[in-house]
Every structure is written in structure tokens, then in C-alpha cells.
Design a protein around this ligand. Sequence first.
Ligand SMILES: NC(=O)C1=CN([C@@H]2O[C@H](COP(=O)(O)OP(=O)(O)OC[C@H]3O[C@@H](n4cnc5c(N)ncnc54)[C@H](O)[C@@H]3O)[C@@H](O)[C@H]2O)C=CC1
Ligand SMILES: O=C(CO)COP(=O)(O)O
Length: 326
Amino acid sequence: MKTIGVVGGGAWGTALAQVAAEGGETLLWARETEVVESIRNRHENSLFLPGIALRPAIAVTGDLEDLAACDALLVVTPAQHMRSVLAALPRLRIPLILCAKGMEEATTKLMHDVAREEQPESPLAVLSGPTFAHEVAAGLPAAVTLAVEDRPVGEALRSRLALPWFRPYLSDDVVGAEIGGAVKNVLAIACGVVEGRKLGLNARSALISRGFAEMTRFGLARGARADTLAGLSGLGDLVLTCSSTNSRNFSLGKGLGEGSSAAALLADRRTVAEGAFTAPVLARAAQDAGVDMPITSAVCALLSGQAAVDDVVEYLLSRPLKVEGA
Ligand SMILES: NC(=O)C1=CN([C@@H]2O[C@H](COP(=O)(O)OP(=O)(O)OC[C@H]3O[C@@H](n4cnc5c(N)ncnc54)[C@H](O)[C@@H]3O)[C@@H](O)[C@H]2O)C=CC1
Ligand SMILES: O=C(CO)COP(=O)(O)O
């Protein structure tokens, strides 16, 4: 597997291009002309990942057709744009490694279901885990879940992408890897609210645990495995994203907790806070699956402006007392 293509020149696509470029040829497609020019001329993505010197080996293009010559593609476009970008690519037969964390608004589908519809002849993989883009781009150690149904394809992808400081762990649970990444973004918004409203570290920890229970209930109902949900792409990423304002989702929640409206916080932003899109989709999917997800419902109420922070906190704290694990 010689050349890796990267679809999407946001922060995470650029960081993954850094990883791929250490092991061989890498071609990054960016949608914005200013990103293409910035990487081509200054080896920096000054729009989405400023201040990181990119490897000169990263070639950049603004033309999706150029990716057809690659041996595998990392697809790193935001979840709501995944379908249109995959549809705009030529028909492919190379592995597609899906890296977005979310569910499609119109259909409640996960990314591999979307990809299977748009590129039916390509083997699919999911790469997900606790990875802030700026840390990976700077070469700091990280580990991810690489979920692939076809083991030989998974092994080939792992050996092309693995580095001493970037460790992919193979799995065959594509659904579990995706659900962890999608759900943790919604829970990170809730943890940000706890921070913004100054409810304390005990409350945050309780929310992470009860949020994980919610993720597990939903995941199991959708066919995920419990060990995947407890792994890097589930609990691992939940803990990271719920602990730092480096997370866009946590920061969005913090703003809500401090009293700003979702509309004001989301207006004009160029970077993506996937949880804001996933929350209502997840709530619908949970209802369809008959799964109780009170934290997700609370985040939806806050994002839509239907409830104030104090009402949502009151709602969560006044729920009937339960048996843990039931
Ligand atoms: N930034 C991070 O640390 C990580 C991000 N991810 C995931 O990677 C995915 C991409 O996120 P980032 O690279 O952080 O994005 P970003 O927030 O840095 O950049 C926004 C991206 O959205 C793209 N975009 C905007 N409008 C578009 C359209 N109409 N069609 C296609 N693309 C459009 C832009 O070209 C750009 O690539 C998300 O699902 C995110 O959850 C996963 C792991 C880490
Ligand atoms: O997915 C991430 C870390 O694993 C990035 O989180 P945010 O999208 O909340 O910034």
C-alpha cells in the first residue's frame, strides 16, 4: 500500500496526513482553495491547524479525481458531508477508512452504511479513538481503534499507518467503533455544561459514568460489542473529550453552561462540533431502538433552546433512583 489519500483538509485530516506521510506517499484533498495554497506554499494548514509544520512529503490537491490513483483513502470529512463527498469521488475499489464521528441527520445512519451506499465496491474500515488533532500532528503518542470487517485488509492498513507513536488496535466491530465516537461527542457537550455551570468534578465524573452506561445501552441495541465500547473508540475517547476545552464539543457545552445560546455559539464557526448535529439524530435513533438516553435528551433540549440549564440539571437529578448496571 504505497500512496494514502486523505479526503478532507480540516484539523483531523491534516493530522492524519502527517501520520500517513511518515510511512510513504500521501495526497491530501482540501475543499478550500486557501488550505490548498497554504499547504502547497508554506507547508502549514493555516486555516484549520495553524502553527504545525507539515511534512514536505504531503502533496495537496483541490481535485477529488486525483485521489483515484491512491491505494487507500482516509475519509475525514464531517459526518453531515460524508455522503456528498463520497458521491463526488470516482467509483472506487480501494479501502476507505472512515474517520468522521457522527450519524447522518436525514437517515440516522452510521458512516459505514452511508459509505456502503455511495461506494459499494470499496472495503470499509473505521478509525476512531482518543486523538486531539494538534497532538497527533505534533507527533505525540496516541492509540486508536482500527475496525475492519476483512482481517487481511485491516492488517495491510495497520502496517501502512502504524508508527511508534501512533498505534492502531485492530477490531472487527465496525458498528461499535462508530457508535463510541458518535455518542461521546454528545456526552462531551453535557460535561462542558457541568464545567460551565461550575457543578464540580464529582458531577462530571458521575456524568461520564452514566453517559458511558447510556452509550453501552445504545451500542448493544445496535449490535456493537461491549468490549469495543469499553475500548479506545468508546470509553477512551469519552474520557478525553469530556476532560478538556481542547474539545470543540466540550467547549460548546461550557458556553451553554455559562448561559450563551446554542445559536450564538454555533453561528459562523468554521470548525465542526459534531455533537450538535448528532444529538437530535441520536435521540431519534434511541427512541426507535427503545433505549433510554436521558443525558442525550437533556443535551437536545439545551441545544434547541427548549430548556434552560437549571431545568435540565433539575430533570437529571430528579430521575428515579436506580440499581447500578440494571
Ligand atoms: N479535530 C480532531 O481532533 C478530531 C476530529 N475528528 C473527526 O473528524 C471529522 C472532521 O473534523 P475536523 O478535521 O476536526 O474538521 P475541522 O473542524 O477542522 O474543519 C472543518 C472541515 O469541514 C469541511 N467542510 C465544511 N463544509 C463542507 C462541505 N460542504 N462539504 C465537505 N466538507 C466540508 C472543511 O473542508 C473542513 O475539512 C469530524 O467528524 C470530527 O469529529 C476525529 C478525531 C479527532
Ligand atoms: O474527537 C476528538 C478527540 O478524539 C475531537 O473532539 P472534538 O471534536 O470535541 O474537538
